[in-house]
Design a protein around this ligand. Sequence first.
Ligand code: URA
Length: 240
Amino acid sequence: MAKETDINKVIHQHVEMEQFFTGFTVKSKLKMAEGKHQTNDSSTAEKVKELEKITEEIRQCCQCGLGASRTNAVPGEGSPNARIMFIGEAPGADEDAQGRPFVGRAGQLLDKIIAAMGLARSDVWIGNILKCRPPENRDPRPEEMISCLPFLQRQIEIIKPEIIVALGAHAARMLLNTNKSIGQLRGYFEEYYAGIGSSPIKLLATYHPAYLLRNYSLENRKAVWEDMKKVLAELGLPVP
Ligand code: URA
C-alpha cells in the first residue's frame, strides 16, 4: 500500500514537473552568450587540461573514508567556459554508479530547470561539494567537506563562472561559511571567494532539487524559478 502511494506520488510529481518547468522551455536553445571572460580555443584547451588533472586526482583520492566506500568518484562535468556553476551537496546512488553528477531524480529536475532557463546542461557546469557518495546518503560530515572543498575551489578558479548557484543548505553553508538556514540564504546574491586574491563571484543559493521533490508545492517551485530568473537577469540573458 505504502509502495503504491509512493509510486502515485512520483507519477503525480513527474506530471506536475513537466507542466511547471516544461511550460517555460523555449523551442530553440538560446546561445549562451560569452561572458566577461571571452575565451579562445587555446585558453579552453588549457582549462580542459587543468580540469582533467583535477578529475584524475579526485579519482585517486582517498583522503577521507568515503574513498573506500564509493563505486565511482563524481568530479563534476560541463563547459570549461560555463558562466553558471550549479553546486550540490554530494553524489547519491545513481551518481555513484555512473560517476556523473545529478543523474538521478533530483538531476532530472535540475535538467528541467536548466532547460526552463533556455539553456542546455552542456552550457553550464554541474558538481558537488563532496566528490564521493556518503553511505546511505547521510549528510556530509564537516571533516569530509573540509578535505574535499579544495578540489571544488580549484575547479571554480579554472572555470571562473560569473555565477555560482548553490543547491541546498549544505552547499550554500559550506561555500558561504555560515550556519544560516536555506530559508534565510536563498533568493539573493552573496559574494564567494575561491581563494586568496581571487575576485569575488556572485553566489545565489536556492532550494536543492531533492528538497523540491520532497516538498513539491507551487510556492517552492515558484521560489526556485524566481531565483533562476535573477540568475538570467544578472547574466543579461532573456527569461524564456
Ligand atoms: N544530489 C546532489 O547534491 N548531488 C548530486 O550529484 C545528486 C544529488
